[in-house]
Every structure is written in structure tokens, then in C-alpha cells.
Design a protein around this ligand. Structure first.
Ligand code: IMP
Length: 432
């Protein structure tokens, strides 16, 4: 709809299939905006049988008429962004006048990556976060500490001096960690070269987006990671360092809350997680391995195998609350095609107590045991389905159960990786 601003967020631990849903929705959006995270994200879009993985560039880049913004809430690795732009160009899509880098976004420089890796190395088992080692945490530390460098600085004449001072300071921190220090001159010269190439993309994206809204154009906000990785609402400290929830769309773009019309939560029909930290429905058995193999559950950014488990309605319900989710996009339903029975976690039990919502403490969450209900599988191939009516009754019942457990309707159903394997469900009344 013209002028409608929609936020799309991950409702679990990331990797819900946001890239594909965004790609389907960009058909109706004039702008696609990333608002948090960095190149820790990996959004996979499959077009005409070719798979593209985007990390920083919004997924709207594959629609010629869509403009894309990397908002102020991100931490941006200039080298990573340039490599990605090269891939986008190689795929036949231009970025000039279509891709804008917010001048308030923070930069990730090589010392952030070194500090990230160094810290992970010094942590013991049980403490380690299992980060993507893209320097995300240290870059957000610099931002909060007010020592960060922002994208706008790449256009300033003294950018080289600014980088030099930060690398020297970071080298002292690396030496303190017992890590090898960086070659100051090399880091500075690479940063300056990247800045020269990226400077034409740097813009006041707050002004751009407000101009777009004044013209009645529509914006799609592309969340990265997921609710359970949010620095405030996730399984802290096993989280990322940004607000992956819907509120981040406002703070990370400069578009105020009263201009957000709709929040769509992306929910995978089962659960996955990469990295360390509690995961109540994790399956450490053959069923978990089947989910991983059938769902191709390997990290889009790091290639790490994802931990897999049954659908967790406690997480989904909590996510619906903290994000204000109006509708679900339920993805990868087809991955469950071959199962005789499918389990759904409806509550947790820990320390002799029942939990209906996600506990704040990671230790308590780690002790939570899922309370399951069982559903019969449909044992049929869903991929060709083009409407809800094409689905077997057991698959429809599974979708309906997710709706009733969360109180949120499913509006988009994904039954395969391609744009064409998507079922749009317009209204509750149409379900039958
Ligand atoms: P960081 O964001 O690299 O600091 O990693 C912190 C945690 O978030 C780790 O458990 C990562 O595996 C996880 N993480 C970060 N980005 C993503 C993502 O895009 N999908 C899934 N997990 C992610």
C-alpha cells in the first residue's frame, strides 16, 4: 500500500528466512532500510535458482525500482560493504542513486574484529558467546563509549588522522589482551582507500527518509538477527549488541514510532540458533540432524552448523509482545514435510516452576525443560502449494495452532526457497 511503513523482524534467534520474506515484500516497498547490526547478518535471497547472501546491503537491492538505506543504527565494515557492492554489481544490479549509507552509522574497523576474536579466545567454555567475529560488539562498545568513528567521517579531510589515533589506541588494548597488534599505516591506508570509494554513497538518510515519507512513499524496515538475540530482550549475555526488536527500527533510522504502520514477525516453523547460549527446545539427536540437513541449516555468514529444535511457542508469544507483531510470516514449513509427528513447546518447567514467558536470566533459561504437545505430520510435499487450500489438513492445523498459541495471524507462508514458493493469506476470514 502506498505510504505504508512496515517493520519486519526476526522472532526467534535469527535465520528465520527474513531475506526471502523481505524480497517478496519489496514488491510493494519504495525503500528498504536496515536499522541495526552489521555484517554479522546473512540474508539469503534466491532469484531464478541463484542464491545471493547479503550482509549489509538491504535485500531490496534486487528490485530495480527500490531504494536502499543502511541506517544510523548499523555498524558498517567498509571493506565488507565494498565487497558486497561488487557482488551486487556482478549480479547485474546498480547501486548508484539506489543505495545510501547513513552518515550517522558507525564504522567497524580491523581493530574491532581483532578485539572481538581476542575476547572470544580469552573466555572460557560456558562464557564464550560464539560471536560471528565481525567486530560487532567492540564497534557498539565504541559507539556507547563515544569513541566510535561514523560513516560521515569518511568524507572529512582528517579521516586518516582520526583512524590513526583509534588504531594506536586499539593496539594498546590488543597488547593488553596479549593479542598481536595491527600495522597502523596499513589499516589507515586501507580505510582511506575504502572511504574514497564509499563517500559518494554517504548521505543524511534521516532527511532522505523523511523526504520519502512526505512524498507518500512506503518503507520496509529489514530487521537483522532476531528477538532472542536483542541486547535487551534476548538471552543476555548470549546476544548480539544491538536492538533487533521493532523499537530498533525507529532508533536506527530516525523514523519515529508514530510513522510505523505494521510489524511483521518472521517465524521459522521450527527453531534454530547459531553460537552459544540457552536453547530450550534444542534437539541433540537424529531429529535435530534431520532438521539441519533438510532445512540446510548452516550459517549464511560463518558457515557454522546451526543448532536445531522444535517450534517454541513461548519464544514466539514473547516475541509477539515485545515487538507488537501484527502478523507472522511463517517460513520453512516444507522442511517438516517428512516427519511422522511434530512437537510444539507450549511452556517451560524449571526449578519446580512453570514458565509461560521467557525468563530474563540465562541460567534459568538454560534449566528450562520444554512442555510439548504433539501434532501428526502431513507426510506430503508442500512446495507446489499456491494457496492455503492446497495444504493437507494436518499442515493447516499446525499453522492454526501457531496462530492460537501466539494470538497472531499468519499472513505469509513460505513453503520453499523461491519467490514463487510463497502463499499470501489476505485475511483471517478467508481461512475456512
Ligand atoms: P555477534 O553479533 O557477532 O556479536 O554475535 C553474537 C551472537 O549473535 C552469536 O551467538 C551469533 O551467532 C549470533 N548472531 C549474530 N548475527 C546473527 C545472524 O544474523 N543470525 C543468527 N545469529 C546471529
Amino acid at each position: 500500500m502506498p505510504g505504508t511503513n512496515t517493520v519486519l523482524i526476526g522472532a526467534q534467534w535469527g535465520d528465520e528466512g527474513k531475506g526471502k520474506v523481505i524480497d517478496v515484500l519489496t514488491d510493494r516497498a519504495d525503500w528498504v532500510v536496515r536499522y541495526q547490526g552489521g555484517n554479522n547478518a546473512g540474508h539469503t535471497v534466491e532469484i531464478g535458482g541463484t542464491r545471493y547472501v547479503l550482509h549489509l546491503v538491504p535485500s531490496g537491492i534486487f528490485r530495480e525500482r527500490t531504494k536502499c538505506v543502511i541506517g544510523n543504527g548499523l555498524v558498517v565494515d567498509p571493506a565488507g560493504l565494498l565487497a558486497e557492492i561488487a557482488e551486487v554489481r556482478a549480479a547485474g544490479f546498480g547501486v548508484e542513486g539506489r543505495l545510501f549509507l547513513g552518515d550517522r552509522a558507525h564504522l567497524v574497523l580491523p581493530y574491532h574484529r581483532a578485539l572481538d576474536a581476542g575476547r572470544e579466545r580469552t573466555l572460557s567454555d560456558g562464557e564464550r558467546i560464539g560471536t560471528t567475529q565481525r567486530g560487532i560488539g567492540p564497534a557498539y562498545v565504541d559507539k556507547a563509549q563515544r569513541t566510535g568513528l561514523r560513516a560521515g567521517a569518511m568524507c572529512l579531510p582528517d579521516f586518516a588522522d582520526m583512524v590513526r589515533a583509534r588504531v594506536e589506541d586499539a593496539n594498546a588494548r590488543l597488547a593488553h589482551q596479549g593479542q598481536p597488534v595491527l600495522d597502523v599505516a596499513e589499516v589507515v591506508s586501507r580505510a582511506v582507500a575504502a572511504a574514497k570509494e564509499l563517500a559518494p554513497l554517504v548521505a543524511d538518510t534521516v532527511d532522505l527518509l523523511h523526504g520519502a515519507m512526505a512524498r507518500g512513499e512506503s518503507i520496509l524496515f529489514e530487521g537483522a538477527q532476531g528477538t532472542m538475540l536483542d541486547v535487551d530482550f534476548g538471552s543476555y549475555p548470549f546476544v548480539t549488541s544491538s536492538n533487533a526488536t521493532s523499537g530498533g527500527a525507529c532508533t536506527g533510522s530516525g523514523v519515529p514510532p508514530n510513522r510505523i504502520d505494521k510489524v511483521i514477525g518472521v517465524l521459522k516453523a521450527y527453531t534454530t540458533r547459531v553460537g552459544e547460549g540457552p536453547f530450550p527446545t534444542e534437539l541433540l539427536d537424529a531429529t535435530g540432524e534431520t532438521l539441519r540437513a533438510v532445512g540446510r541449516e548452516f550459517g549464511a555468514t560463518t558457515g557454522r552448523p546451526r543448532r536445531c529444535g522444535w517450534f517454541d511457542a513461548v519464544v514466539a508469544r514473547y516475541s509477539a509482545r515485545v515487538n507488537g507483531i501484527d502478523a507472522w510470516a511463517l517460513t520453512k514449513l516444507d522442511v517438516l514435510d517428512g516427519f511422522d509427528t511434530i512437537r510444539v513447546c507450549t511452556a517451560y518447567e524449571a526449578d519446580g516452576r512453570r514458565h509461560e514467558t521467557v525468563p530474563a536470566d540465562a541460567g534459568v533459561l538454560a534449566r528450562c525443560r520444554p512442555v510439548y504437545e504433539e501434532h501428526p505430520g502431513w507426510k506430503a510435499v508442500l512446495r507446489g502449494a499456491s494457496g492455503l487450500a492446497d495444504l493437507p489438513a494436518a499442515a493447516r492445523a499446525y499453522v492454526a495452532r501457531i496462530e492460537s498459541l501466539t494470538g497472531v495471524p499468519v499472513e505469509i507462508l513460505s513453503v520453499g526457497p523461491g519467490r514463487e514458493n510463497t502463499i499470501q493469506i489476505p485475511a483471517k476470514a478467508a481461512r475456512g
